[in-house]
Design a protein around this ligand. Sequence first.
Ligand code: AP5
Ligand code: MG
Length: 202
Amino acid sequence: MTQRASASASPRLLLLAPPGAGKGTQGRRLAELFGVAHIATGDLLREHVAIATPVGREAKSYMDAGELVPDPLVLTLVLDRIGGEPPLDGFVLDGFPRTVAQAEAAMRWAVDSDRTFHAVVSLEVPTPELIRRLLERGRASGRADDNEVTIAERLRVYEVKTAPLLAFYARRGLLLEIDGSGDPDLVFSRISEALTRLGVSS
Ligand code: AP5
Ligand code: MG
């Protein structure tokens, strides 16, 4: 069954990919291209951690260990950003949903608020390249979870809890599988071309 919304000037896109695949890199560019919000749950959580809000204090130990933050906390964060009267029209959601429970809640929100999703972009990158990118960023930026042990756990958690969503969205006719390797400009053109073929263009 297809649950894709019809083409829109303000697309609602989800980025579903393992750590280091380029969700942030491509999400920012897509949001700029379409003039919509880029909402990255990891970035939102890191902001909370940085200023030690109650959300940040609860999330920190999960993030440091490479585990997923509990669903209710993440759902509240995301729905606060995209909900409202009226709900946000267009957005790029980066790193959400990440569990079947989050995907089901997102789908319910989308139907209830008449904001069904246009596409779910999956970025495929070989694991050794993911690890290389994350270790390099860890050295350059000092991001706390970009170390060998936590990267391994993030990749494991992705396989167990998040990768099943690929089939969830494929069954609904929403999944766009994109080769995420090579230059970021090249990856961006692959995504934009695939979206254009779906009728989603700026
Ligand atoms: P999050 O911040 O989402 O981290 P992640 O999924 O591990 O992914 P990254 O942000 O590390 O990678 P990315 O895919 O965005 O790639 P990027 O473009 O940065 O989540 C962090 C934590 O928050 C989670 O572990 C969890 O605890 C919690 N969390 C977040 N969302 C949650 C949710 N929904 N539910 C529960 N918990 C949640 O690129 C990576 C690096 O590679 C960069 O240095 C970049 O410059 C480089 N790069 C990008 N593209 C290329 C390319 N084509 N070639 C070479 N280098 C490239
Ligand atoms: Mg990211």
